[in-house]
Design a protein around this ligand. Structure first.
Ligand SMILES: CC(C)(COP(=O)(O)OP(=O)(O)OC[C@H]1O[C@@H](n2cnc3c(N)ncnc32)[C@H](O)[C@@H]1OP(=O)(O)O)[C@@H](O)C(=O)NCCC(=O)NCCS
Length: 179
C-alpha cells in the first residue's frame, strides 16, 4: 500500500508491517489511559490486521497508531480497537486524519458504521469520536456494553459501545485521503 503524505505538515500515513510492532508497543506505553497489550499482540495487529491499521509518521518517527478490524460477524462495521497519538503530535488532527485515511482504503469500501468502546472518563476519546461523527454527518449512539462487574470483576470501568453511522465512505475517498 502506498504511503500517503497529507497536507504539507510532513505527516505520512501508511499501513503497518510486522517490524513496526515493537515501536507501536512503545507508543502505547506512553499513551495512558490506553490498555497496554503485549508486544506480541501489537506485532500481530501489525502483521495480520495491517490492512485496517494505520501508522502516522513525522520525519520517520511513529507518532500515531490506529488498530482496527472489520467485524467478523458484521462486515459493514469497522471496529476501532485503539487510537494513540504521541503527546508531541496531539491537537494537529493526526487522530482524525488516521481515521479518515483508514475509511478511504479499498478494504473499507463496504463499511457503513464505525464502532468503538470508550470509558465515561476519557474526554479526549469522546471529543475525537464526536468530532468524527459530525464530520461524517452521522449519528453517534453510546450504550453501556462491557460492564465493570459483568465483564471486568470490578477491575475496569464500564466500556460504552459507541456506534457512528450510517455513513458512506465515498465521501472520505472523494476528499483524496486514500492511499
Ligand atoms: C485521543 C487522542 C488519540 C487524540 O489525538 P489527536 O491527534 O490529538 O486528536 P485530533 O487533533 O485529531 O482531534 C480530533 C478532535 O478531537 C478533539 N480533541 C482531541 N483531544 C482532545 C482533548 N484532550 N480534549 C478535548 N478535545 C480533544 C479535537 O479538538 C478535535 O475536535 P475538532 O475537530 O472538533 O476540533 C490522543 O489525545 C491520545 O492519544 N490520547 C491518549 C490515548 C487515548 O486516550 N486514546 C483514546 C482514543 S481510543
Amino acid at each position: 500500500m502506498a504511503t500517503h503524505h497529507d497536507m504539507d505538515d510532513g505527516l505520512s500515513l501508511r499501513a503497518p508491517v510486522s517490524e513496526d510492532g515493537s515501536d507501536v508497543w512503545q507508543l502505547i506505553q506512553k499513551s495512558g489511559p490506553l490498555d497496554k497489550n503485549s508486544m506480541y499482540c501489537n506485532m500481530l495487529q501489525c502483521d495480520q490486521f495491517g490492512d485496517t491499521c494505520v501508522i502516522a509518521e513525522l520525519e520517520g518517527e511513529i507518532v500515531g497508531w490506529v488498530s482496527a478490524f472489520i467485524e467478523p460477524s458484521d462486515t459493514e462495521s469497522l471496529f476501532i480497537w485503539q487510537v494513540a497519538v504521541d503527546s508531541k503530535a496531539r491537537g494537529m488532527g493526526v487522530a482524525r486524519r488516521m481515521l479518515e485515511h483508514l475509511l478511504a482504503r479499498e478494504v473499507c469500501a463496504g463499511v457503513t458504521r464505525l464502532r468503538t468502546t470508550i470509558t465515561a472518563d476519557n474526554e479526549a476519546s469522546w471529543a475525537l469520536f464526536n468530532s468524527f461523527a459530525d464530520r461524517m454527518d452521522a449519528e453517534l449512539k453510546p450504550e453501556p456494553h462491557y460492564g465493570r462487574e459483568t465483564h471486568f470483576e470490578g477491575r475496569h470501568a464500564t466500556e460504552y459501545m459507541v456506534t457512528i453511522g450510517e455513513f458512506d465512505t465515498s465521501e472520505v475517498r472523494d476528499q483524496g485521503v486514500a492511499s
